[in-house]
Design a protein around this ligand. Structure first.
Ligand SMILES: Nc1ncnc2c1ncn2[C@@H]1O[C@H](COP(=O)(O)OP(=O)(O)OP(=O)(O)O)[C@@H](O)[C@H]1O
Length: 677
């Protein structure tokens, strides 16, 4: 691969264009950045509610605009956990918003709870409802999940409309008129606030609304940027990939939906505080669509996207802008066929999806990174070879005793896997020891990848046993198996393409699978240290696979060889004792293959057990201690590389014809009939 740029130039580009982040002297630490964010959010919130506190020239409408923005922001950041990070498109956030508003009103007015307990019960209750909905719907994917949430939004509004006992048909009354209830939130956080200055409940409610919004925003930002957030993004990329990183996908989605529902309910509580009046008509499907639009417009999956999107959407809805467009349509186009606010927002949604699929923040980030040259894959050196002397910097594994002793790691006994009438793996026996490389070769369709999938829990064997360190794997799920110490790469590299190379590796660390959400959102001081450790370890791994100079590159922009190297680095981040590589040499040039071989030998020396499914016979010959050749699901030959590659039945299976007299061997270039799928 011809170098197109030197590492030094790349480094200069980074340091030159983003000096604040790279020069030690000017570096802003994570803690300072977080404090800065907190202060900035608090200042913006304070400025937003200031007019309500002074009372001068303040209109209730302005305060309601700010309050509604806050309500939309918390509901949208909640939805972002689901629709943005986890990529489960929900049209049900309006339902939780409505439930929050009604439950809060009910608990205040009918049950007589003080405001703070009423809020807590509402939020916890809605989180519970969200979890139940998740348990019932998360086995569904894509459009089916969206339809369930859509049905929920419609159902909730219908119930509110038709269940007079809830006070719902006519809505809860304005407590100002009834002399009861909702003015109580003045003491919602245990503080006494000044009486309203604007003649309505709005001004007094603004302080708790602002405080709760800032707190929610900070916790949400911590969550998004934590290992927990990484796990949600992993799930968003692919359930199977996330499971191979040890993430319990089902519970992670359930937790995300519960948190999202809780934040939706907070939006509803804000609504009550702002308007002091709830009625079913306010919580129609259009509300759910608006919240989703706020996420998409701002930028799904980003921290600030839903905030910006919410501000824009509420401003558009509440200001005269859309009314002006409607009047223009009526005057100049048609007095009967015109688009009102919902229609215009629908048009906006379509435009966003077509023109700015990454939303405002995503588009700006793309422009910025394009300017800074971050998305460009810089071909410095071959992917796996770029690390030079740094390659041996890290020792990846703490070696348990069994690894030092070269004990048996993996044992497959009489394993069969059928797909309908096809026997993909037929009565397979296979064993892999620590400190050894076991290569599995064979022509296309021989069953090699199926073996990898059987070991990692993607498939369950029809019969037989798959045991890792004596633990039966055949009944375990992929995330359980990953947590036992088994990692893998895929035939086609599976990366988080819109994340940086560094983030991809960090997704492999155990924290992604195990950090609890509350710890991630509160971010105690230990988390700062831990994140710094993860950064350091991830960089060391990148150096080892030759990607030291690519940490800020987006994974999707990597050349093929580097993408493979990155996938290996992420697998190594899991500190596996058994590593399964599915065609790691596919698409690599000869230099890259040679360096891959060196890396495998290093891992082998470290005591790791390696299974390498491979067509590249030079690599197999140079690294494998044992080679198993499969054909039509069965073992055709097994032995040392020299024995198996010279086996005439193996040669015939690969060539698709009998081997010529005199003994052909399998060497590169790859014989016809081999090749990668
Ligand atoms: N999920 C599945 N459903 C049905 N058939 C499958 C499935 N997975 C694999 N197979 C079939 O099982 C057989 C073995 O497939 P497998 O992918 O394990 O072969 P392979 O040796 O890895 O081939 P290649 O070198 O092309 O990757 C093939 O005939 C394949 O079509």
């Amino acid at each position: 691969m011809k170098p197109t740029n030197s590492p030094r130039t790349t480094a200069q580009r980074w340091t030159g264009r983003r000096p604040g982040r790279r020069h030690a002297g000017l570096r802003i630490g994570a803690l300072q950045r977080d404090l800065l964010f907190l202060v900035a959010a608090a200042v913006v919130a304070a400025l937003a509610i200031l007019p309500g506190r002074t009372g001068e020239g303040t209109s209730i409408a302005t305060m309601q605009l700010v309050g509604q923005m806050a309500a939309m922001i918390v509901a949208a950041i909640g939805l972002n956990l689901v629709a943005g990070l986890t990529r489960l498109v929900s049209l049900g956030q309006g339902a939780f918003y409505a439930l929050g508003a009604y439950a809060f009103s009910y608990l205040l007015l009918d049950v007589g709870l003080p405001a703070l307990p009423a809020m807590l019960v509402t939020v916890l209750g809605c989180a519970g409802v969200g979890a139940v909905v998740a348990l019932g719907s998360l086995r569904l994917r894509g459009p089916e999940f969206t339809m369930i949430t859509l049905a929920l939004a419609v159902l909730v509004q219908q119930i509110l409309l038709r269940w007079p006992e809830l006070g719902a048909a006519s809505g809860y009354p304005n407590p100002l008129q009834h002399g009861t209830g909702l003015l109580d939130p003045v003491s919602v956080l245990g503080f006494e606030f000044d009486p309203p200055l604007t003649g309505g409940v709005v001004a007094t409610a603004m302080v708790p609304i602002a405080v709760i919004t800032v707190v929610a925003l900070v916790l949400y930002r911590n969550l998004c940027r934590s290992a927990w957030g990484r796990s949600l993004r992993a799930v968003g990329e692919s359930d199977m990939l996330a499971a191979h990183l040890g993430v319990n996908v089902f519970w992670r989605k359930t937790a995300a939906l519960a948190l999202s529902s809780a934040l939706g309910a907070v939006g509803g509580i804000f609504y009550v505080l702002i308007y002091a009046h709830v009625q079913p008509e306010s919580f129609d499907l259009f509300l759910s669509i608006s919240i989703l639009l706020a996420v998409l417009l701002g930028g799904g999956g980003t921290v600030l996207g839903p905030v910006i999107g919410s501000a824009v959407i509420v401003w558009l809805q509440q200001s005269q802008v859309l009314d002006g467009v409607t009047s223009f349509e009526q005057e100049h186009l048609s007095s009967s066929w015109y688009l009102s606010t919902p229609g215009l927002l629908g048009v906006l949604l379509i435009l966003v999806l077509f023109l700015m699929p990454q939303g405002i923040t995503g588009t700006l980030a793309k422009l910025w990174s394009h300017r800074a040259g971050q998305t460009t894959s810089v071909e410095t050196e071959p992917g796996i070879a770029g690390g030079g002397d740094e390659r041996r910097v890290v020792r990846l594994l703490e070696q348990p005793d069994q690894m030092r002793d070269g004990a048996q790691a993996l044992l497959l006994t009489d394993v069969t896997k059928r797909f309908g009438g096809l026997v993909a793996v037929d009565a397979l026996d296979l064993s892999v020891d620590y400190g050894s490389v076991h290569a599995i070769i064979g022509p296309n369709g021989a069953g090699k990848s199926t073996v990898a999938n059987l070991v990692t829990g993607v498939y369950r064997p029809g019969s037989g046993s798959v045991a890792f360190e004596g633990t039966e794997l055949s009944t375990r799920r992929p995330h359980d198996i990953a947590r036992l110490g088994v990692a893998r790469t895929f035939q086609t590299p599976q990366l988080f393409s819109s994340e940086t190379v560094l983030e991809n590796v960090k997704a492999g660390f155990a924290d992604t699978a195990s950090l609890p959400w509350w710890k991630a959102s509160l971010k105690p001081p230990g988390q700062y240290r831990r994140e710094a450790e993860l950064d350091r370890d991830a960089r060391a791994l990148l150096a080892r696979v030759g990607l030291a100079h690519d940490e800020r590159t987006l994974a999707g922009a990597l050349a093929y060889g580097k993408a493979r190297a990155l996938e290996i680095a992420r697998a190594l981040a899991r500190q596996p004792r058994l590593l399964i590589l599915d065609e790691p040499a596919a698409g690599l040039n000869s230099t890259e293959v040679a360096v891959l071989g060196e890396l495998l030998m290093e891992l082998r020396r470290d005591g790791m057990a390696l299974v390498v499914v491979e067509h590249h016979m030079d690599l197999v010959a140079s690294v494998a201690d044992v080679v198993t050749c499969m054909a039509e699901g069965r073992v055709l030959a097994r032995g040392t590389a020299a024995e198996v590659l010279a086996d005439q039945e193996v040669v015939a299976a690969y060539l698709g014809r009998p081997a010529e007299d005199g003994g052909e061997t399998l060497t590169d270039p790859r014989p016809a009939g081999g090749g990668q799928a």
